[in-house]
Design a protein around this ligand. Structure first.
Ligand SMILES: Cc1cc2nc3c(=O)[nH]c(=O)nc-3n(C[C@H](O)[C@H](O)[C@H](O)COP(=O)(O)OP(=O)(O)OC[C@H]3O[C@@H](n4cnc5c(N)ncnc54)[C@H](O)[C@@H]3O)c2cc1C
Length: 443
């Protein structure tokens, strides 16, 4: 059994599997705010580097965005949504009836700067730049996850059998040409599959798909939240500390950071030398004392779980491209996830896109009429250049940002965290972090 114990002098005694131990001198104290995939991994990598780490989460670990996602880890995620193809799809979104993208007009009007930048980036040159930066994260995402899964004993949750992008009408397949060009450019492995191959790969599906792409550089998990929780448990077993409570304020006082935490009627404070803000879509609330607001918009997504009528699950996740939903096999039936709804994080909204796609889902895989889980909704924190925000907060030494992971935070959370931990230690990570720097938003 591996383990760790931290004494009051700031030394950590580490025991390896042979039972022999050694001591490491701790570097100082870090508080990480946010117990999603990104925050948990930041906390764990910093602990591994000899920092004394406290992770603060207001709810359970891994129950927000890092729980409700589709659990796909694919190199194919290098293509930003705002690529030149968007201009073709845009007229179909304007009526606000699309299962892929909906929006609250007032919310978008209030975020017109974000929208203008988002659309301005939907051109070749910027798409290639964003894809190159995302490629640095995505090529490392699976190896880093696998090492953590091994250590946290959750490797059996990983499936390394690709994912499918499926087209009902073969002629619509041509719309994937741009995406395939990007795959070819960056060496993402995939196969074009025809109707019979799709049936052979996924016998549980109805024979309604005529063409598709099997992105082979892809893995997926059967319960994303359980993976985050296993990483958090390993972090604690190795000497990390988790405090449950809502951070109400985190600011510099003298030479340290004071993090004020509310837990029910109790309040307490944590003190730290370094602060990592990894609160996903809520990160901006914590930046107010620093006079910063990140240009993030929220892309709401929803899911339900269902049991297939025939009791047989697909082997891998698939995206029904023309219907705009993803179905992922999980340890509790299939998870059907919706497209994006741009609206304020605090606003209640019916899951209209999910309701819209359910008849289409039934055509692909007949499901029991009632879901086996309550409705889940979460918010992807999205930047106008489709890149996460990783690095030092300009002008405030000791504050680090790890947020803005939009559609790819489950897969890239660990590699982002590993790179950020290197930056905090003053080292150069394995790849160029400049495209992710918060300073790109300084005007
Ligand atoms: C429908 C859907 C499908 C997706 N599919 C995929 C996919 O297949 N693959 C992929 O890679 N990504 C996917 N994503 C994106 C991915 O889920 C997110 O990018 C990722 O989970 C973000 O992780 P995070 O840790 O930044 O945020 P979160 O998981 O939201 O974690 C932030 C945490 O901070 C906590 N917090 C906030 N404020 C405070 C505070 N004041 N005090 C204390 N704690 C606080 C919250 O409670 C929360 O637990 C999907 C997203 C959605 C919505």
């Amino acid at each position: 059994m591996q383990g760790a114990f931290q004494d009051e002098t700031g030394c950590r005694a580490i025991t390896d599997s042979s039972g022999s131990g050694f001591q490491v001198q701790m570097k100082g104290k870090v508080v990480v705010i946010g117990g999603g995939m990104v925050g948990v991994c930041c906390a764990w990598f910093l602990l591994k580097r000899g920092w004394q780490v406290t992770l603060v989460e207001r709810r359970e670990i891994g129950v927000e965005t890092s729980y409700g996602n589709a659990g796909v880890i694919t190199r194919g995620s290098i293509l930003p949504l705002n690529n030149p193809r968007l201009w073709k799809s845009l007229p179909g979104y304007l009526g606000n009836h699309s299962a892929a993208v909906r929006y609250d007009p007032l919310y978008l009007a209030r975020h017109s700067w974000w929208l203008a930048r988002f659309l301005a980036n939907a051109r070749d040159e910027q798409t290639l730049r964003a894809a190159a930066a995302l490629n640095e994260l995505m090529t490392r995402a699976l190896p880093v996850h696998k090492a953590l899964m091994q250590e946290a004993d959750v490797l059996p949750r990983l499936r390394e059998n690709g994912w499918l992008k499926l087209y009902r009408h073969a002629e619509r397949f041509d719309s994937s040409a741009y995406e395939r060009r990007i795959y070819d450019h960056f060496g993402v492995s995939y196969q074009i599959v025809e109707r019979e191959q799709i049936q052979a790969l996924e016998p549980a599906l109805q024979p309604i798909f005529n063409k598709g792409i099997l992105v082979t550089d892809t893995a997926s998990v059967d319960n994303p939240g359980a993976v985050v929780q296993a990483y958090a448990a390993a972090f604690v077993a190795q000497g990390g500390v988790i405090r449950q409570g809502t951070v109400t304020d985190a600011r510099q006082v003298g030479g340290e950071f004071v993090v004020s935490i509310q837990q029910g009627v109790n309040s307490f404070a944590e003190h730290a030398d370094q602060l990592v803000l990894a609160a996903g879509p809520w990160s901006n609330q914590l930046l107010k004392p620093y006079g910063w607001q990140l240009p993030i918009c929220y892309e709401r997504g929803s899911h339900y779980h269902y049991l297939p009528q025939a009791g047989v699950l697909p082997h891998r996740p698939f995206y029904d491209v023309e219907s705009a939903y993803v179905m992922t096999p999980t340890d509790n039936g299939v998870r059907v996830t919706s497209g994006s709804h741009l609206l304020d994080i605090a606003r209640q909204a019916e899951p209209l896109q999910l309701q819209q796609v359910l008849p289409r889902v039934q055509e692909a895989l007949p499901l029991a009429s009632q879901p086996v889980s309550p409705l889940w909704q979460g918010n992807r924190p999205s930047t106008p250049d489709a890149l996460p925000i990783l690095g030092a907060l300009p002008g405030v030494p000791g504050v680090w940002l790890a947020t803005g992971h939009q559609h790819v935070g489950f897969s890239t959370g660990p590699v982002s965290a590993k790179a950020l931990a290197a930056l905090i230690d003053g080292e150069q990570p394995e790849f160029d972090m400049r495209p992710f720097s918060p300073s790109r938003f300084r005007f």
